[in-house]
Design a protein around this ligand. Structure first.
Ligand SMILES: [Zn+2]
Length: 84
């Protein structure tokens, strides 16, 4: 079954979660600026609303742990967890 991407705009999917969309939904079909959080599946801008493993400092890598890329909210959650 193919997904009709023409039904969606960037605003339709930004800050939604992947589970709101059909299985196999690819946010890149809508906007190259968007990606999804590995942890909560929220759709956010990859360049200023996410933290990426290996892209920033050692501290960031440590906080991310096993996650490859997470949204700002999940990053804060992970950072707080690590500080406990
Ligand atoms: Zn998240």
């Amino acid at each position: 079954m193919s997904i009709d991407y023409s039904k969606y705009s960037t605003d339709d999917i930004h800050y939604k979660t992947l589970s709101d969309f059909p299985i196999g939904f690819d946010v890149k079909e809508i906007s190259e600026d968007l990606n999804s959080c590995n942890k909560c599946e929220k759709v956010v801008r990859w360049y200023d609303e996410m933290y990426w493993q290996g892209e920033e400092c050692q501290e960031t890598n440590k906080i991310l742990g096993d996650w490859y890329a997470v949204c700002d909210d999940c990053y804060i959650e992970l950072a707080n967890k690590g500080a406990e």
